[in-house]
Write a protein that binds this ligand. Structure first.
Ligand code: SF4
Length: 427
């Protein structure tokens, strides 16, 4: 990245800071959770989990109030006899899919989503997807991925889903470069970014996932992509295998992250620095003014981030640099050193970073540090609240539009709110 504008991030660099690695018990949701936001994003897709009653309960409770009349996800529940190999699970699956497609002619893309039970009995969903695709193509495309809880964390469901889409996207040409934004964003955020890219003269921006399966982006050597989410290792690799080139950048959280992210695209597409400044300045100033209110409340507050969503490192960078919060410990389930390199450079020197988890040890460290705010999964939040600590559910950060200039203050508010609530309880 060149020195485009004063807004472009330039970090001192902590890439050499030692990172604690833990491989103990973990407290995270599984990859099925991603269905909750993905089914709203790709509007003609359906997610059929091949799993147990537990899987069905997880999706129902994670989706909670978001379920509307005809949700575009369901669980094909494997019964005891399937698990014991007493029935042919493939026949059963074909029957359910046939029924589903007959009942829901709006479905154009069907994901068969693997789970722990389907993996235990080694049900080959890739073969099932191929077999069913032959039957229902071209009306319905059928793909598969795994959302199983074994060795995954909940945002990896999106990675697996998007990676399964990559082989089906049309080939990109070798002509003019095109920008691809990778990772689910709320439609409102996507629209804001399209306006910004248009103003910068970068037209024809494509998105993965698209809002509709008929609008899959073309990908090839002329594709330059920006990751909008930090948990897309497999998807990025699949895109690179197609010849696409990743643009290194921090993630678009906060004013600084958004500017640096846009700046990476501006550099790659030869945008005039003066134009970049002219276009982004009003957005930056407005967002910085909106953030000031929260900085007053959050500055100096001590925060502990448990590893959960994989958003932890970009969030920690935003909280420390733009809101002057103190980072007690920053945990992440996985640390992709290449994708997070631009973020790591921006973290304060000496920050305590943990990759993986040994939940009991980490809880001990958290209790003894008594931070002002803890960001963690639902399973940990309730006991910590009962012990008088203030918590924020990390899953909310994935469900809420938080990227871009216009959401910077909303993101800050998500951290200020639990502190205000706690203050009221204490008063
Ligand atoms: S996929 Fe595994 S971890 Fe997730 S709900 Fe089903 S059984 Fe539980």
């Amino acid at each position: 990245m060149n020195a485009h504008v004063q807004g472009c991030a330039a970090g001192a660099g902590i890439a050499t800071t030692p990172i604690r690695r833990e491989t103990g018990q973990r407290e995270v949701f599984c990859g099925l959770t991603g269905i909750v936001w993905l089914h709203r994003k790709i509007q003609d897709a359906f997610f059929l989990v091949v799993g147990s009653r537990t899987c069905a309960h997880l999706i129902q409770s994670a989706a909670g109030v978001m379920i509307f009349a005809e949700p575009r996800f369901a669980t094909a529940i494997m019964e005891e006899k399937d698990l014991a190999g007493l029935t042919d699970a493939n026949d059963e699956l074909d029957r359910i899919v046939t029924q589903l497609i007959a009942r829901r002619p709006d479905i154009r893309l069907l994901f068969l989503v693997g789970s722990c039970p389907s993996e235990v009995i080694k049900l080959d969903l890739s073969r099932a997807a191929l077999r069913l695709s032959q039957k229902f193509s071209p009306a319905v495309r059928i793909l598969n991925y795994s959302g199983s809880g074994i060795e995954t964390t909940f945002t990896q469901g999106e990675d697996a889903c998007l990676a399964s889409l990559v082989p089906t996207v049309p080939p990109g040409g070798t002509g003019e470069d095109r920008l691809l934004i990778v990772g689910s964003l709320a439609d409102v955020v996507e629209d804001q970014f399209v306006r910004l890219f248009d103003a910068l003269g970068i037209g024809g921006v494509q998105f993965l996932p698209p809002r509709n399966s008929t609008a899959l982006p073309a990908v090839g050597p002329n594709t330059k992509f920006l990751l909008a989410q930090p948990f897309l290792a497999d998807t990025a690799r699949a895109l690179e295998d197609r010849g696409a080139k990743r643009l290194a950048a921090p993630f678009p959280l906060g004013v600084e992250g958004t500017t640096a992210w846009l700046c990476a695209a501006a550099d790659a597409f030869g945008v005039d620095p003066v134009l970049f400044e002219t276009v982004t300045h009003p957005y930056r100033s407005r967002a910085e003014r909106a953030l000031m209110r929260y900085r007053d409340r959050l500055a100096g507050r001590r925060i502990f981030l448990f590893p959960d969503s994989q958003l932890e490192i970009p969030l920690a960078r935003f909280l420390s640099r733009e809101l002057s919060m103190q980072l007690v410990e920053v945990g992440t389930p996985y640390l992709h050193r290449e994708h997070l390199a631009e973020e790591l450079k921006l973290l304060p020197a000496g920050v305590a970073l943990t990759e993986g988890q040994d939940v009991d040890l980490q809880l001990d460290r958290c209790r003894s540090a008594r931070p002002d705010l803890v960001v963690c999964g639902l399973g940990i939040a309730n006991p910590l609240e009962a012990e008088g600590l203030t918590t924020k559910w990390s899953i909310e950060l994935v469900f809420t539009p938080i990227q871009g200039y216009e959401q910077a203050a909303d993101l800050a508010e998500l951290f200020a709110r639990p502190l205000v609530r706690r203050a009221k309880l204490v008063a």
